[in-house]
Write a protein that binds this ligand. Sequence first.
Ligand code: UT7
Length: 325
Amino acid sequence: MYNAWAEKIQSQEMGNRLIGYGSYLPERVVKNAEFERVMDTTDEWIVSRTGIKERHFARADETVVDMATIAAQRALDNAGLTIDDIDLIIVSNVTAELDFPSVAVQVAGRLGATNNLPAFDVRGACTGFIYALHCARGFFTAAMHQRIMLIGAEKMTRFVDMTDRSTAVLFGDGAGAMIFEHSTSSYSGIIDTVIMSDGKSFECLHGTENHKIQMNGPETYKRAVMCMPDAARYIMEHAGITADNVDWIVPHQANLRIINSCAQILQFPLEKILVTVDKHANTSGASGVLALAYALDNGIIRRGQLILYPAFGSGLTWGAALIRL
Ligand code: UT7
């Protein structure tokens, strides 16, 4: 069942708008050829099966908090704010080095917050940024916060097993941040969200106690091409819009074949689909916000455009968000 309260929530005039964003990608770019040298794989296999050409790998001493803090500072600079102007931080991540405290609290500390702002993490894996957007939408709707910073930050290389070619080539590191501010407009910023999970399908994709990724690739693939279109359709029906009204689809960036299949199922023209998986690979909870920041930085997506963002990941979890940037 989708959220039964959605109708009630959308009727209220407690909106929000995007006022700043920023991102960080580690300096080291790892091309497919590097994997060819250390495992039984080829650039041809990786590109044809996933669309991935390169990814960024963090330094050994670079943490999720380091990356999140840089992205957060860039978002504050972009918005012309300081950390004390923010009254809630939510970080999407599943790869933090420390089990506690949250990455969000550590980012607040690193940025020198003096306003005792609340800060917490959500662990929705590849759907994590949608989970964070969903929380933020709820808080704005309830008029509980004025400015919320959402961050997606992951160091997937903490989980990459260089002896497992079926997962090692798929992931990358990075962080992105967005700041939303309360606004009376109900058709800007985070307009609508839906989040779902199916814990019975845990075996499809999960982390292990010794920090490895366990994935049934083909089964995960099948579920991704069902769940992402399903969530995207729900959002469009709920908002009373069609693909024609949406400027860009920004799907979770795991595999170009999954992205293209979703586009085909939803009958979205390929020129409306943003693809960054070729450059960033799969950065899990940072994927969507990194893609959005990349598109804004490069003038691909313009401020004011309407974005439909579906995602899918470990849990299983999935969902979608409708955002006007
Ligand atoms: O972000 C969260 C959600 N995650 C996803 O959505 C990922 C979903 N799954 C996928 O993207 C794809 O299933 C993969 C990219 C992981 C795998 O692609 P596939 O087309 O489903 O390949 P497969 O797992 O069916 O493997 C086909 C063959 C196998 O060899 P055999 O058994 O046919 O001889 C694999 O051993 O490809 C082999 N293989 C590789 N070959 C070269 C697997 N990984 C590699 C590799 N290089 N890196």
